[in-house]
Design a binder for this molecule. Structure first.
Ligand code: ADP
Ligand code: 5GP
Length: 209
């Protein structure tokens, strides 16, 4: 059975990383796709776990070699998703979750309409600003860029299938888990499993009564 691809997106500071960390602790058959980035590593981050931190030359070489499903310039840095990693996991039957910006999500949507698209929205713009300031990982100028970009990103919500307003963290985690569970139970995704259990999917025209 092919795995299911979940694309989680939304403005920087809305809580995507925090929610995904919790989800990944709780879900067995779900792997996080570690992106490549040219951004500087933050103190709390680990190479190969949070990102693969690479030089701009290395990143451009990966673009040339068509190694990315999508890549984008986000808040002045480059970020990209490994095609090889995602496809090998999916072919293996493992579900994969991406944490990517809205440009990236819309790009994946064009190529993979069968994936599941979830937008994580902040409870308000003021709260988004407060979270970014509280996280304290960006200088004032970078923080302003992220807030400016957030307006454009929020305007794309309607292109997604689901939206979670991340007010209460635990509630958001439960909601994302509900989406992951429901999507896996869709009849079209269950076909192989049902077939394996001897249940035939072809429609039968004649019935006894
Ligand atoms: P993103 O990955 O979307 O950029 P983060 O996960 O880094 O966002 O979260 C940004 C900040 O907001 C972090 O300091 C995080 O602890 C905090 N945060 C995340 N979710 C919530 C929430 N539901 N309520 C309050 N603070 C939150
Ligand atoms: P940060 O620098 O805060 O880790 O991430 C900034 C933004 O880049 C976030 O919105 C995050 O979702 C996004 N991002 C992370 N990896 C990728 C990726 O591979 N592709 C794209 N398009 N965006 C990414």
């Amino acid at each position: 059975m092919i795995g299911c691809l979940f694309v989680v997106s939304g403005p920087s500071g809305t809580g995507k990383t925090t929610i995904l960390r919790k989800i990944l602790e709780r879900q067995d058959n779900l792997e996080f796709s570690v992106s490549y980035t040219t951004r500087q590593k933050r103190e709390c981050e680990e190479e190969g776990k949070d990102y693969f931190f690479v030089s701009r030359d290395h990143f451009e070489d990966l673009i040339e070699r068509n190694e990315f499903i999508e890549w984008a310039r986000v808040h002045d840095n480059l970020y990209g998703t490994s095609r090889k990693y995602v496809d090998s996991m999916l072919e293996n039957g493992t579900n994969v979750i991406l944490d990517i910006d809205v440009q990236g999500a819309l790009n994946v949507l064009r190529q993979r309409p069968e994936a599941v698209y979830v937008f994580i929205a902040p409870p308000s713009f003021d709260e988004l600003k407060r979270r970014l300031e509280f996280r304290g990982t960006e200088r004032q100028e970078q923080l302003q860029t992220r807030l400016r970009n957030a307006r454009w990103e929020l305007s794309k919500i309607k292109r997604f299938q689901y939206v979670i307003v991340n007010s209460d963290l635990n509630h958001s985690v439960v909601q994302l888990e509900a989406i992951i569970t429901s999507e896996q139970l869709r009849v079209d995704r269950m076909k192989d499993r049902l077939h394996g259990a001897g249940l035939d999917f072809r429609e039968v025209d004649v019935r006894d009564n």
